[in-house]
Design a protein around this ligand. Structure first.
Ligand SMILES: NCc1[nH]cc(CCC(=O)O)c1CC(=O)O
Length: 332
């Protein structure tokens, strides 16, 4: 497990400082880290920002289905290790990939304004989900996307795909699959959003917890770096994702579940949260909604989790370490 090592030394003068950002090497991860670097340079003229590329387990194992290689922390743990080991001062993650389990010594220094949280269908020949022919082959590696797809279209054949955004997109663009599902946010950031043929979102299709948001971590004992990150934080985005993460933490206890969530600030200043839990085959779906004060996202997340449990969510939540149920329609 990750645990803090010794204290790191840092140079305190913001305007003369040098900070290193730890990132994965995928095009999307690099884009996100560069975006954070640019925001930091804007906010702190004179600051030197460097990217340090770190390989994660999820990058090394390209073939196993995500659900089978142990999920939590796959894309984040090595970067957190680098942060704790003083090899970088800042870690930039897709918040969606960051486990809810806190890591001792690390804090979420900033949540920048969230990008579009919804999912995208890329179906070059058919366009819309309802226009896909029966038994059309749709690619996704995500249990959540798979379950929600099958909930809406039980006749589809969902195919597990992995790899970076462009690799997965190409399965559809090059006709090996009828469609793939990807996050709108990642496609936009990479300038690939013109391939989107339909946006799938609430109320039928809920995003992953944290989807579209970045999570920027630093060490808890590094107030200088925390001060550098302060101008990048968007309190409304932070409150939304904290509500979603409180819900996830309560429901999953560390394992991947077909859970969709949609937290957002409403015009009345309240924080609203919708969530749905499905069985992996998309035959059953439980949904809940609540709203509450924006300064207490934790309570809101737990209230929605409690409502889902009241409806019987427990039966749909897979114990840790268990493989998702094999479906006759699944293939690789
Ligand atoms: N697990 C992969 C991942 N992590 C973050 C994104 C991009 C969207 C985001 O920032 O949430 C993606 C790709 C995808 O789901 O299409």
């Amino acid at each position: 497990m990750l645990s803090p090592t010794t204290a790191c030394s840092s140079s305190p003068l913001p305007s003369h400082r040098r900070v290193r950002i730890g990132t994965r090497g995928s095009p999307l991860a690099r884009w996100q880290a560069e975006w954070v670097a640019a925001r930091l340079r804007d906010a702190w003229p004179g600051l030197t920002v460097e990217l340090v590329e770190i390989k994660t387990l999820g990058d090394r194992d390209r073939n196993s289905p995500l659900a089978s290689i142990g999920g939590a922390g796959l894309f984040t743990k090595e970067i957190q290790r680098a942060l704790l080991d003083c090899r970088v001062e800042i870690a930039v993650h897709s918040l969606k990939d960051l486990p809810t389990q806190p890591v001792e010594g690390l804090i979420l220094g900033a949540v920048p304004p969230r990008e579009e949280p919804r999912d995208a269908l890329i179906a070059p020949a058919h366009g819309l989900l309802e226009h896909l022919p029966a038994a059309a082959r749709v690619g996704t590696g995500s249990l959540r996307r798979r379950a929600q797809l099958l909930w809406m279209r039980p006749d589809l054949e969902v195919v597990g795909v992995r790899g970076n955004v462009e690799t997965r997109l190409n399965h559809a663009l090059e006709g090996r699959l009828d469609a793939v599902l990807l996050a709108v946010a990642g496609l936009r950031r990479l300038g690939l959003d013109s391939a989107i043929t339909q946006t799938l979102g609430p109320p039928d299709f809920l995003p992953a917890v944290g989807q579209g948001a970045l999570g920027i971590e630093c060490r808890g004992d590094d107030p200088d770096t925390l001060a550098l990150l302060a101008p990048l934080d968007d309190p409304a985005s932070r409150a939304s994702v904290l509500a979603e993460r409180a819900l996830l933490a309560d429901l999953e206890a560390g394992c991947m579940v077909p859970l969709g969530a949609w937290g957002r600030s409403e015009a009345d200043g309240l924080l609203a949260l919708d969530a749905a839990v499905l069985d992996p085959a998309g035959r059953q779906r439980l949904a809940a909604h609540a709203s509450g004060p924006a300064n207490d996202p934790q309570t809101l997340g737990l209230a929605v989790a409690a409502e889902l449990r009241r409806q019987g969510a427990e039966a749909l939540l897979r114990p840790c370490g268990e493989e998702p149920a094999k479906e006759p329609s699944s293939s690789h």
